[in-house]
Structure formats: structure tokens, C-alpha cells
Write a protein that binds this ligand. Sequence first.
Ligand code: NAD
Ligand code: MG
Length: 396
Amino acid sequence: NSHDAPERITVLGATGSVGQNTLDLIARMPERFAVEAVTANSNVDALADIAIRFDARFAAVADPACYEPLKAALSGTGVEAAAGPGALVEAALRPADRIMAAIVGAAGLAPTLAAAERGATILLANKECLVTAGPLFMRTAKAGGARVLPVDSEHSAIFQALDPALSRCVERVTLTASGGPFRTWSMERLAAVTPQEAVRHPNWSMGAKISVDSATLMNKGLELIEAHHLFDIESERLDVLVHPESIIHGFVAYQDGSVVAQMAEPDMRTPIAYSLAWPERIPAPTARLDLAALGRLTFEAPDSQRFPALRLTRYALETGGGTATVLNAANEIAVASFLTKRIGFPDIAKIVENGLDRSATERVGEPYSLDDALALDEWARDVALSMIPERLEQVS
Ligand code: NAD
Ligand code: MG
């Protein structure tokens, strides 16, 4: 593979944690990568700075009210400015060689689905997109001829350990979980957890939403659903194993008793580099694994008593239909409400469980189109909001 012209990369969610890590790698290999388009929610200054620094062709903010400020910040630079939901889709439709899907939440569904439809090579960090509309997303990617490369560290590990020609011979697939900052906390202590405590992850530095999801173990539950869709493996063969050191990221167990695992220091630049270079590899400036210095790796079973999210996501995965869409939307509302101190930490699981109960009585069906998915997402957000003490109007 000769790299005459640099590969053009679009970064959706460029101002976020995954977006920044992606740009860090791109900046180190200017002869190999160039930036096509970048997007953000509303942080105009950070987005304009990125667009200029990387000489992007197109920059889009989700918030339409940010159009004028973005245009002003980019005037005279040659970067085209755009705003609003349509602008995110436009960014995704531009002819980039690879597109990093790193928007957080169901807000990433429309642009990522647009990229799938045009047959893009999608580096998928936005797991909520697979949770809220997994069958639709995978079907669209297949029909469009898109390639989906996982960015989530556990899924990258499994992707590296899973030989597609041997998928018939796979017995079990295991996702590891750090256990989050409250792994050893009692129910009583969990009741009083603050947002500041919840976003302080022991091993990974990440955005606020996924950090809270890691603290509730909802993140691991969302990842079970993500793995089910990415690798076409049923719930019964998917396991979660708590591994507090976050060195082994995933295991694939074959029928002959072999277990193939992937290891790395917990730094997202390793799985991101893999997705940027696949099927090749590129250097990543991460700490090197030193097992002798670590001395030991430990493992334990997850506790679904203190962390009910795992049970709720299993239920959604096994029930199918629109259950996972509802779970995701309820969780997004609950996490946003927890971060703004409207509800307590244990209420997050209660709000999600209530959403699942309602989805069972209403028998919500699987969304077959983007509009279906967005309508069900909206309904589930309303159900969840009705449980929040002080009703929130603006939660995206
Ligand atoms: P983040 O909060 O740091 O960044 C999110 C990005 O999305 C920002 O650029 C933000 O401007 C944009 N955004 C937010 N709301 C938006 C909206 N309504 N419309 C359009 N854009 C919006 O999040 P993150 O930690 O980088 O996570 C991004 C995704 O990657 C999530 O789905 C997360 O689960 C997944 N992921 C993250 C990590 C990690 O290390 N951070 C690891 C694995 C998977
Ligand atoms: Mg992960």
C-alpha cells in the first residue's frame, strides 16, 4: 500500500474525547492522513481551531444558533461553515476515505447512518447508534457496502482476536469491564454518589456521559448489545468479566479450548490507531505494556445486585423489538439528569427500568427506518422525563 495522497478522514464529534485522540494521531502522520470534515455540538471556538489547524474543508455544528459565530470564526480561512442537523449529515456524506463516528448518544445516529448508506469506511465509537438502531444500522451498512471498524476498546480487541473465517468455531466472546470507580462500594455509599465522583474513572479519561455509564456498568451493557450487532453473536455466548486493571480488553474462546485475547495499556489511541490503519498498523504514542512491572492481573464476576444495568441491558438484548432503543433513550435522559443533580445515582437504573416496563406494556416494535428510531427515541425520552422531579426541557 503506497500512500501517495494522504487518506482523507472526517471526524464527527471532533471536539470530544475520542475526537481529540483521533486528531492527535492524525497530527503525527501528516503524510498519511488529512482531514476532510469536522463536527461538534456547539463549541464553536474549539471546532474552528481544529478546522484551521488541520486545514479541513468543511466544519459543522449541530446547534443552528452557532452558525453565524462559526462562519465568523472561519471567515477568510477557506473552511466551509455549516450548522444544524442537516449539516452533520452533509459532513458524513462528504467523500472521505474513513469517517470517525464519535458523536455521543443517539444524536449520532442520523449522520452515522448516512455514512453507512453511502458505503463509507466507518470507525465506530458511537455505540449508542448500534444500541438504538442496531438491526437498521447493520442492514444499511451491508446494503450500502459500508465497512464498520470498531473503535470501542473491547470490540477492537474482539475484532483483532476473531478470525472471520473461524466464526463457526467460536464458543464464547468476553468483554472485560474495569468495574468503574465504585466497583467495591456498598449500596449505601452508592446512594450518595456525586457527579464529580462518577466522572472520575480509575483507568480511562473519557467524556462525561460514558464515564457515568462506566460507573453504573451501563456502558458494559451497551457494549453487549454493540457486540451482538457487530459480530452477530447471540446473548447466551456473550460474557462480561470484571478486570480492574483494564489491560486485557476482550477474549474470544474457540471450540478447541484456545482463548485469544488482546492486551494494551488503557489508552484509546491504541484502538483508534488500529481503526485508522486497518488492515495495517501505525505507531501510537502510548505507554508500553510492562507486565513484569504490573505483576498481576485480576478478574472477578460482575455484581448485578449493586449494578442493575447489566441485567437491564441483557433483558433489552434478549427481548429485541424496540426495547434497546427505549433503554438507550431512558439512559441518556437519566445520565443527563444525574449530571445536573436532578436525580441520584441509583435513580439512573430505576428510570431505565421504568422505561423498559413501559416498552413491554406498549409492545414497542423494532424501528425499521431512521424516522421510526427517532420517534421511538423521542417517546422514550418523554417517558423518562416524566420521572425526573424537575422536568427538563433541553436534553439532547
Ligand atoms: P465527548 O462527550 O467527549 O464528545 C462528544 C462529541 O459529540 C463532542 O464533539 C460533542 O460536541 C459532540 N456532540 C455532543 N452532543 C451532540 C449533539 N447533540 N449533536 C451533535 N454532536 C454532539 O464523548 P466521548 O467520550 O468522546 O464519546 C464519544 C462516543 O464514543 C460515545 O458514544 C462513547 O460511548 C464512545 N466511546 C468513547 C470512549 C472514550 O474513551 N471517550 C471509549 C469508547 C467509546
Ligand atoms: Mg469500551
